[in-house]
Design a protein around this ligand. Structure first.
Ligand code: NAD
Length: 497
């Protein structure tokens, strides 16, 4: 096999970037492990309270001049960043694959989606405009301007190490705020690369900061009086127990995006040939570690021959997914991020079996790992039948390459199953019937709805939505809603005598 070109060389230490300087953390230094090779590919510091405090201080100081920089000038830094991200497109994608394990094409997709947010934020002179009405009363005019607030914290999860902080940070700085980004310490190098490019793009010191670490950094952000708001993407317990209450206690704005357990509904009139590839990427792409991944498949109708034929086709495709190191272009599924995550997924499969599900495809041991890598973090695709709506494998987030199949007689029942899930992130339906599609869109509680789309990822100019257990807040990341989140509406009323 050809040697795969890995972009992270040696064992670098991911440094913090504070006030335009790269500084090694004074906290504990931990290993960053490639889940494919199980080798240490780098190190990262678990930063201290003093380090997050000094980043917020730098960002607060930089805010004074940055907010006075005209929007049209501010967005030129983003144009430059966009160009640099394009020039480094392949390298940043390979970094994601090396530190996370996802396939290179998935990383390229992630890079593209991240860059698109920078592109949208480049339109800030238009997006940030206010409103005006002359003569609200005789001789009196009223207008609304949007002003930046100060320093924002951006907290990312492990599963999209490059893209997710870009759902927020470009809008925050474009609107005149300054940011401190805390990447997941499991995958610190993608954000390190972006920050290097932000430095090259010439952002003034203190505008774009990054502090690696874990709870101490998050706690430091939540407590800090100079942080005006936080965007968080991660698991539901952290969202519900730590981030949202923490922001509430200190009066911060908050966008909190949590976990998911998405349900994909199959109508017997769907286009089977087009649906099955969509299900493969939905359930097994990124090894199931997506907040928009399908977890439960609900097949509607009592036609046994449709059901048996459909499940057979899905199983055949899933059985033949090529597993290995995502830097190999022929690989279709990489490992999960670490051994603990693999154990958690295996545990959920056991729970499902105990609750009465049966194995149609057993992926607990990967059949073949291309390149002969250790099986430590690898799993194959698992498909379980005879699943029922009350089972934990339906109601809880598994976050791995598993599919649980439920049969229902009617679409109404399928929608009920979606609506009783504690999560409402990205449910979808596959059908060729417009009435069924509209009913699903109308009645199904879900922040993002897919009609013949298995991964309902909103483009950068739409909000990344979510509801109930998948989201806390009002405004969302991306696009115009992000612009609203990062600005205060100030209303001015003028009368000149
Ligand atoms: P996580 O909640 O463990 O970590 C997210 C971030 O919070 C990380 O930066 C981490 O360092 C920090 N953190 C973890 N525990 C903390 C604690 N107790 N106190 C303070 N900070 C803490 O999530 P993860 O495992 O990195 O990411 C996977 C989760 O993210 C899944 O649940 C997935 O569904 C969710 N996710 C949601 C979306 C969405 O848009 N809704 C997108 C991607 C991922």
């Amino acid at each position: 096999m050809a040697l795969l070109e890995e972009p992270i060389k040696g064992v670098p230490v991911a440094k913090n970037y504070i006030d335009g300087e790269w500084v090694e953390s004074k906290g504990e230094i931990i290993d960053v492990v490639n889940p494919v090779t199980c080798e240490t590919i780098g190190k990262v510091g678990i930063s201290t309270k003093e380090e997050i405090d000094s980043a917020v201080q730098a960002a607060q100081t930089a805010f004074h001049d940055w907010r006075r920089t005209p929007p049209v000038t501010r967005c030129r830094y983003l144009f430059r960043l966009r160009e640099l991200l394009e020039e480094n497109f392949e390298e940043v994608s390979r970094v994601q694959t090396q530190e996370h394990g996802k396939c290179i094409d998935e990383s390229r997709g992630e890079t593209r989606r991240g860059i698109e947010n920078v592109e949208v934020a480049c339109g800030i002179p238009t997006l940030m405009m206010g409103d005006c009405l002359e003569d609200i009363a005789s001789g009196i005019d009223e207008y609304l301007i949007r002003q930046p607030l100060g320093v924002f914290g951006v907290i990312g999860p492990f599963n999209f190490p490059f893209m997710i902080p870009l759902w927020s940070a470009p809008y925050a700085v474009a609107t005149g705020n300054t940011v401190v980004i805390k990447p997941s310490s499991e995958v610190p190098f993608s954000q390190t690369k972006i920050t290097e490019l932000a430095e090259e793009a010439g952002f003034p010191p203190g505008v774009w900061n990054m502090v690696h670490g874990g709870r101490t950094v998050v706690g430091g952000m939540l407590e800090h009086p100079d942080i005006q708001g936080i965007t968080f993407v991660g698991s539901t317990p952290v969202m519900q127990d730590v981030i949202y209450p923490g922001c509430g206690e200190t009066g911060k704005r908050c966008i909190a995006q949590g976990g998911a357990a998405n349900i994909i509904v199959i109508m017997p009139d769907c286009n089977v040939e087009a649906t099955i590839p969509g299900l493969m990427t939905s359930f097994f792409g990124n090894a199931g570690q997506r907040c928009l991944a399908g977890q439960t498949l609900v097949i509607v109708g009592d036609d046994d021959s449709f059901y048996n034929d459909f499940v057979e086709k899905v199983t055949d495709r899933a059985r033949n997914i090529r597993i290995g190191y995502g830097l190999d272009e022929s690989v279709q599924m990489g490992p999960v991020r670490d051994v603990q995550k693999k154990e958690s997924i295996l545990n959920y499969i056991e729970i499902g079996l105990k609750e009465g599900a049966t194995l149609k495809l057993d992926g607990r041991k990967a059949k073949e790992i291309l390149g002969g890598y250790p099986e430590t973090c690898f799993l194959g695709a698992t498909i379980m039948e005879n699943v029922s709506r009350e089972m934990r494998i339906v109601r809880e987030e598994i976050f791995g390459p598993t599919m649980g199949i439920i049969r229902t007689k009617t679409l109404d029942e399928a929608i009920e199953i979606c609506n009783e899930s504690p999560y409402h992130n990205g449910h979808a339906i596959f059908t060729s019937n417009g009435k069924a599609a509209r009913q699903f869109q109308y009645d199904c509680i879900s922040g993002n709805i897919g009609i013949n789309i298995g991964i309902v990822a909103p483009m950068a100019f739409f909000p990344f939505s979510g509801m109930a257990g998948s989201f806390l807040g009002v405004l969302h990341t991306q696009g115009k809603e992000a612009v609203r989140f990062f600005t205060e509406s100030k209303v001015c009323i003028h009368r000149w005598l």
